[in-house]
Design a protein around this ligand. Structure first.
Ligand code: DAH
Length: 345
């Protein structure tokens, strides 16, 4: 019996120190101290068959073994718990020196990029940057610009006519940014330097170079003695500033009812380099900057005396300029919302 106890103590100790985790240790505890069939309890139960003296002696030893083993179990438990924490920490380790996950950055539409650049150029030349309504009155869009009703000049622009709120009131989705010319003159008078970038609309079938919605940037400069020389100087500064290179330009007469004389300023097509492509309609040139000296009737509509003041005006095809600058060969991409396209800017 004594020997059995000593043997049991030895085996149990070995088994306890061999455990590698808390679950194993718990199993050992149950194996030896389990209330019903724990090895130690089973052994103690057989004490009753011994003589009183032997019972006393073995009983004491059994108690001692029990206490010893309980201590071993407790010790091993402490060791395993520490290891457990350490391994959890190891597994959950965070490398605080790693760079953080950067938020995803969006980007601006190329039209906005170029518009911002243009605004900076014009601000540096002392121009105001103005806004105008997209739903415009027939008066500002046409009449004040020397395009009376029933005049064939209206046919130059396919227009979205919108019924106004009042009876017989006519509204249009502005076909150009030119109405801001008159609004600006009425508000600020002369002398005046202003640009008005914005969205314009035409009732037009779309293809690679036409869309129903596109962008222009209108500009006017009014003062005493403003001449075509000023016009050309400002246009050249503008193109150099935005295209970051000297481009070939040509000036030819152009008719617009609100300027006299009027010009078409064309630039050498930057898509094909002038050899001819679908964007420049195989001509090698792209109409970019219609411009001219402001018509006296328009100055008058803006309450400015044409005897005292003169001015030039231009209507930059902002969308077209964007296409030239970035080599975009289909205008429809710009309003498409296609992320594969937009992410490139
Ligand atoms: N508004 C004209 C258009 O959209 C463009 C234009 C031509 C604007 C000549 C001007 C100008 O200011 O002087 O067709």
């Amino acid at each position: 019996m004594k020997n059995n106890l000593l043997q049991l103590r030895e085996t149990a100790r070995q088994e306890i120190s061999a455990t590698k985790n808390l679950t194993e240790l718990e199993n050992i505890q149950i194996k030896y101290f389990g209330r019903k069939d724990g090895v130690l309890n089973v052994l103690l139960k057989s004490l009753k068959d011994l003589s009183p003296e032997a019972k006393k002696e073995v009983g004491q030893l059994a108690n001692q073994v029990k206490v010893e083993l309980e201590e071993s179990l407790a010790k091993q438990k402490t060791i395993l718990e520490k290891e457990d924490i350490a391994s959890t920490l190891e597994q959950d380790r965070i490398d605080v020196t790693l760079p953080a996950i950067a938020p995803k950055k969006g980007s601006l539409n190329p039209t906005t990029l170029v518009q911002n650049e243009l605004e900076d150029i014009f601000k540096s030349l002392g121009f105001m940057v103005l806004d105008g309504p997209e739903l415009e009155s027939d008066y500002y869009n046409f009449e004040a610009l020397n395009i009376p009703e029933h005049h064939p000049a209206r046919d130059m622009q396919d227009t979205f006519y919108i019924k106004g709120l009042a009876k017989n009131e006519k509204r249009v989705l502005r076909t150009h940014t030119s109405p801001v010319q008159v609004r600006a003159m009425q508000k600020y008078g002369a002398p005046l330097r202003a640009v008005a970038p914005g969205r314009v609309f035409r009732y037009e079938a779309s293809d690679v170079s036409h869309d129903h919605t596109f962008y222009q940037l209108e500009g006017i400069m009014i003062d005493e003695n403003i001449s075509i020389t000023n016009l050309i100087a400002v246009m050249k500064t503008l193109l150099r500033g935005i295209l970051k290179r000297d481009v070939k330009v040509r000036l030819r007469p152009g008719f617009f009812p609100f300027v006299e004389p009027g010009f078409e300023l064309d630039i050498n097509c930057l898509i094909c380099g002038g050899t001819g492509c679908s964007v420049c309609k195989q001509s090698g040139w792209v109409e970019l900057l219609p411009c001219g000296m402001m018509h006296p009737s328009v100055l008058r509509a803006g309450n400015i005396d044409p005897e005292k003041y003169s001015g030039f005006a231009f209507g930059l095809g902002l969308t077209r300029l964007v296409m030239m600058k970035y080599g975009i060969d289909d205008i429809r991409l710009l309003n498409s919302g296609d992320l594969r396209f937009l992410k490139q800017f």
